[in-house]
Design a protein around this ligand. Structure first.
Ligand code: C2E
Ligand code: MG
Ligand code: MG
Length: 280
């Protein structure tokens, strides 16, 4: 009795493992198809000046148009990282953003676009070289591009990558730290890094409107960011109350559902025009 139960557990455990392996390779197979057939799309989420409401930039966010429905990054990015497919996907993102920036420039839309760059992409040796090629190929204005890295990823940059980042910044591109406040921070090193903007993760700012300590801490962090000569952005701003407090305590820029959700290009451009406040 006990033995057969044990055997059953072993059997179902290895069945579960087999199912997991199968599921992962199915995702990988689907992802390879997606890369081959370019089943990806970008949506754009506005970032606005906390005081004036002017749109100052937008973040491009990846979506997978899977034949069975739209997939969010949380459902496939990790697998894309593990398999290295993120390099191809990331190259598609860069090429698409470069095209978009070129088109917008032709239409007189001066709109800065930020893209997310993951560890694996950056570790891929020709990253900055192929980034520059893509921008040149598309005739995209480098000054309208912003790159978002997490602090850990930026800290792992070698001297060559840092030099390439320096050149991009000389051409007007900007560097942002994503999800600040979620990990271990090396403040003294951060100070010496080539950064323009720091995005405070929502876990840091979530309670600013309801909790005095959270408000004081966020205000101190904003002071720290300004002290490093950077612009402070709050991401994941969901309520008008948060918007108001963040403005009062000196946050420069706001991004989140309280302002606007990520939108397809046309909806995004309509939103920008309707609000009538595009300013680069
Ligand atoms: P992230 O860069 O921190 O982007 C912010 C995420 O928060 C986005 O999720 C956005 O849709 C979501 N968000 C925005 N406002 C709010 C809000 O008010 N409340 C809440 N709850 N969420 C909000 P998304 O689009 O699912 O992307 C998740 C993550 O996937 C991104 O986090 C980024 O790390 C990664 N990612 C997205 N696109 C790309 C890409 O093209 N390349 C790479 N390497 N990573 C990407
Ligand atoms: Mg981001
Ligand atoms: Mg973030």
């Amino acid at each position: 009795e006990a033995k057969s139960t044990g055997g059953g557990q072993v059997a179902s455990f290895s069945q579960a493992m087999a199912d997991e392996v199968e599921r992962r390779s199915a995702v990988e197979r689907d992802l390879r198809m997606a890369v081959a057939h370019r089943q990806f799309a970008l949506v754009f989420q506005p970032q606005v000046n906390a005081r004036t409401g002017d749109i100052v930039a937008a973040e491009a966010l990846l979506r997978w148009r899977h034949p069975r429905g739209l997939r969010m990054p949380s459902g496939f990015l990790q697998r894309a990282e593990e398999t290295g497919l993120i390099v191809d996907i990331g190259n598609w993102v860069i090429a698409d953003v470069a095209d978009t920036l070129h088109r917008w420039a032709e239409q007189g839309v001066e709109q800065r676009l930020a893209i997310n760059i993951s560890r694996r992409q950056l570790a891929h040796a020709p990253f900055f070289h192929s980034l520059r090629e893509s921008l040149l190929d598309a005739g995209a204005p480098v000054s309208m591009l912003e790159l978002e890295f997490t602090e850990t990823v930026l800290m792992q940059c070698g001297p060559e990558a840092l030099r390439a980042i320096g050149w991009l910044r000389e051409d007007g591109a900007r560097i942002a730290i994503d999800n600040f406040g979620t990990g271990y921070s090396n403040l003294s090193r951060l100070r010496s890094m080539p950064i323009d903007r720091i995005k405070m993760h929502s876990s840091l700012t979530m309670h600013v409107a309801t909790n005095a300590d959270a408000r004081a801490i966020t205000q101190a962090v904003i002071g720290l960011i300004h002290g490093m000569g950077c612009e402070a952005i709050a991401e994941g701003v969901e309520t008008d109350a948060q918007t108001e407090v963040l403005r009062v305590i000196g946050c420069d820029t706001l991004q989140g559902y309280a302002i606007a959700r990520p939108m397809a290009e046309e909806a995004f451009l309509n939103w920008s025009q309707r609000e009538g406040r595009i300013s680069a």
